[in-house]
Design a protein around this ligand. Structure first.
Ligand SMILES: Cc1ncc(C[n+]2csc(CCOP(=O)(O)OP(=O)(O)O)c2C)c(N)n1
Ligand code: SF4
Length: 274
């Protein structure tokens, strides 16, 4: 029997170099599954990533893919989308790549409302370079660059993207399989900038050093136990929420996207020339 994912995954590019139990496989699987369930032709999809463990996964999905400079995936994706708006352009990025070095690109893409979907795997560290502090590392966490505990507060990426103007914003963890796939599907269908954050396990650094959990499945259990749906969180105090992960859809609205605005502008300028 053929593996059910064979049509979605470039098995010819295996083996991969990810640690056992890493969330990266899940995230790319969900992106591929979302595209497939939407009935979008894979030849019309481009996956764009930057640099980092997470970014390396693009070569396993059966569509065109581009690995770019660290933190610059959105800049390349913007160029692709403006050059050929018929393509479905999805950026898959890590928290360091997307919100650290690429943070400025991320917020401006949301402000511009360019019709891209960003799926950001937040494992709370710079994993590929040795588990250093990222802008998403929890307060107090022990990492290779915070041996006495992190004294900084992390970004709440969903609130940041909401404020920047994204038309669809959602957060799930690797425990929330179906809601995450549904959010990626919703994000892809949006005529504007969509952002889906997936809190996921890096068993090697997040699991071992920050959460002090040895097995990947324990990390997923931890996510399950720490997650609170947004609707429930609204009735909880700041103190009760201090160690919780708020999950759900934070923004779901309509606004004309940049590509569409550009198309209208060029049509109007052609008409006014006549
Ligand atoms: C301009 C530049 N600065 C720094 C680096 C080193 N570097 C490579 S990946 C990375 C962080 C990746 O972290 P993240 O996006 O969270 O991905 P993860 O490895 O955790 O999946 C850094 C700092 C680089 N390659 N290029
Ligand atoms: S270091 Fe972490 S993020 Fe990188 S492949 Fe291993 S488990 Fe995954």
């Amino acid at each position: 029997m053929e593996h059910p994912l064979r049509s979605l995954i470039k098995v010819e590019n295996l083996p991969h170099e990810f640690c056992p139990g890493c969330a990266i496989g899940q995230v790319y699987h969900w992106v591929a599954r979302a595209v497939d369930e939407l009935g979008i032709d894979m030849s019309k999809v481009v996956l764009v990533s930057g640099i980092g463990c997470c970014a390396r996964g693009v070569r396993f999905v059966r569509c065109d893919a581009l690995t770019t400079l660290h933190g610059r995936a959105i800049a390349f994706a913007t160029g692709i989308k403006l050059a050929n708006p018929k393509l479905t352009v999805i950026v898959v990025t890590g928290d360091g790549d997307g919100s650290g070095i690429g943070g400025n690109h991320l917020i401006h893409a949301a402000r511009r409302n360019i019709e891209l979907t960003v799926v950001l795997l937040n494992n709370g560290v710079y994993a590929s370079t040795g588990g250093q502090l990222a802008p998403t590392t929890p307060y107090g966490a022990y990492t290779s660059t915070t041996p006495f505990g992190n004294i900084e507060d992390p970004f709440d990426l969903c609130r940041l993207l909401e404020a920047a103007g994204a038309v669809y914003v959602a957060r799930w963890t690797t425990y929330h399989v179906r809601p995450a796939i549904e959010s990626i599907k919703k994000g892809i269908k949006k005529n504007g900038f969509s952002f889906i954050e997936i809190i996921g396990q890096c068993p090697t650094y997040l699991g071992r050093y920050i959460l002090k959990l040895s097995e990947p499945v324990e990390c997923i259990d931890w996510f399950k136990n720490k997650s609170v749906r947004k609707e429930l969180a609204e009735s909880m105090s700041e103190e009760e929420l201090s160690d919780k992960i708020i999950v759900g859809e934070f923004v779901d609205k309509e606004k004309i996207g940049l590509v569409e605005r550009y198309r209208r502008l060029t049509e109007e300028s052609v008409r006014s020339d006549v």
